[in-house]
Design a protein around this ligand. Structure first.
Ligand code: PMP
Length: 428
């Protein structure tokens, strides 16, 4: 049934390392062979063998409006006709920056880049230059892209593949990255008491998505803001996933915390390669050409990416009800899953933040990386494959989020619930 995918995967492995351009796509932790996608529309992706799936991967978050949204496609067509890249400023990028700055009160200005990795990497350089310090603190299980400084106790694919950091990252650089458990302000205080004067920035996913979904404990983000401010350490919110997803103004608006710098990606590119970082003017003004911190990009502010991003943000801005609708659909799914789990006596925990959720196969609360890692990944793999068989595409790893989009219909939700019931109930 997946003949064409299997054939493509074998061709791919000859010319692409592991057959994929991003490791988790290879299905290593869930077994089986990856499905190759041919096309997608709304809530549905179709593989090269013609099988259709209700999609909760959403390209790992960007597609909050669903696949090939007509307004996004129209904007892309229009932009493409005017040329795909100029390497010069455009009106579109100014409008996108205005939309972002308006949505995020803590951002006075914003610079566009081409990926979340690039956004975070640049924000870290800027924080180091601004503070004149070299250390950074990150939280275990948070993923901030694959830049050298951040591949330390990282989530997402690093967690999925059980890689303890990465060979190739110089020890002298990795030493500058200190890690503490997510949600643990006491551990952070202890690290800062010892090393605070060397620390340029603390970076956090304000709501974690890359060790599965984990919300901050009440007060955690506020305390984080207080302890960093007191020591003149910059607080960086990595809202690559949560920006424009948990709320139009991201997690920082939802929790009313003002970080010094914010990293964005995913939704602001409407499914095209994009990232951005921004924040307080005095910090951002250190960037070239105003200041000495070099940061650049041939395709930064690319007209196609900007067009897709603007089309997406404009819809989100004009229809704020979207967020209630997304949250309700995710809540419906999660509550129903909890019932199924209970009915079948399956030890599992469902974490949800807005329209993102994770089903962890562990009976205990999941509040940090250590508790997430207690999850039974073999059981997750069986669940994943069962769902895929029934036409539901989830991220192929326990340590990722499922994303609900505006394109998921009531019928999609019902079909998904039926699949949950059958798969978790053992009728696979
Ligand atoms: N930060 C976070 C919170 C992310 O989730 C990701 C990607 N999943 C990144 C950074 C890196 O973004 P990209 O894959 O676009 O480089």
């Amino acid at each position: 049934m997946t003949k064409k995918s299997i054939k493509l995967f074998s061709r791919a492995r000859r010319v692409i390392p592991g057959g994929v351009n991003s490791p988790v796509r290879a299905f290593r932790s869930v077994g089986g062979e990856p499905i190759f996608i041919d096309r997608a529309e709304g809530s549905v992706v179709r593989d090269v063998d013609g099988r259709e799936y209700i999609d909760y991967v959403a390209s790992w978050g960007p597609l909050i409006l669903g696949h090939a949204h007509p307004a996004v496609v129209k904007a892309l067509r229009k932009a493409a006709r005017r040329g795909t890249s100029y390497g010069a400023p455009t009106r579109g990028e100014v409008k996108l920056a205005e939309l972002i700055v308006e949505a995020f009160p803590a951002m006075d200005s914003v610079r566009m880049v081409n990926s979340g990795t690039e956004a975070v990497m640049s924000a870290i350089r800027l924080a180091r230059a601004y503070t004149g310090r070299t250390g950074i603190v990150k939280f275990e299980g948070c993923y901030h892209g694959h830049a050298d400084s951040l591949l330390v106790k990282a989530g997402s694919g690093v967690a999925t593949l059980g890689i303890p950091g990465s060979p190739g990252v110089p020890a002298s650089l990795a030493e500058l990255t200190l890690t503490v458990p997510y949600n643990d302000i006491t551990a952070l205080r202890a690290v800062l008491d010892e090393r605070g004067s060397d620390i340029a920035a603390v970076i956090v996913e304000p709501v974690a998505g890359n060790m599965g979904v984990i919300a901050p404990r009440p007060g955690f983000l506020r305390e984080l803001r207080e302890v960093t401010a007191r020591r003149n350490i910059l607080l960086i919110f990595d809202e690559v996933i949560t920006g424009f997803r948990l709320a139009y103004g991201g997690a920082q608006t939802l929790y009313t915390i003002e970080p010094d710098l914010t990293c964005l990606g995913k939704i602001i590119g409407g499914g095209l390669p994009v990232g951005a970082f921004g924040g307080r003017r005095d910090i951002m003004n250190m960037l070239a050409p105003i200041g000495p911190v070099y940061q650049a990009g041939t395709l930064s502010g690319n007209p196609l990416a900007v067009a897709a991003g603007r089309a997406t943000l404009e819809i989100l801005q004009k229809t704020p009800d979207i967020y209630d609708d997304l949250n309700l659909k995710a809540e419906t799914l999660c509550e129903a899953v909890k019932n199924v789990l209970q009915a079948h006596g399956i030890p599992a925990t469902v974490n949800r933040a807005g329209s993102m959720f994770t089903l962890f196969f562990t009976p205990d609360d999941v509040t940090d990386f250590a508790t997430a890692q207690k999850a039974d990944t073999d059981r997750f793999a069986r669940y994943f494959r069962g769902m895929l068989e029934r036409g539901i595409a989830l991220a192929p790893s326990q340590f990722e989020a499922a994303f609900v989009s505006a394109a998921h219909s009531d019928k999609d939700i019902r079909k998904t619930l039926e699949a949950f019931d059958a798969v978790l109930g053992g009728r696979t």
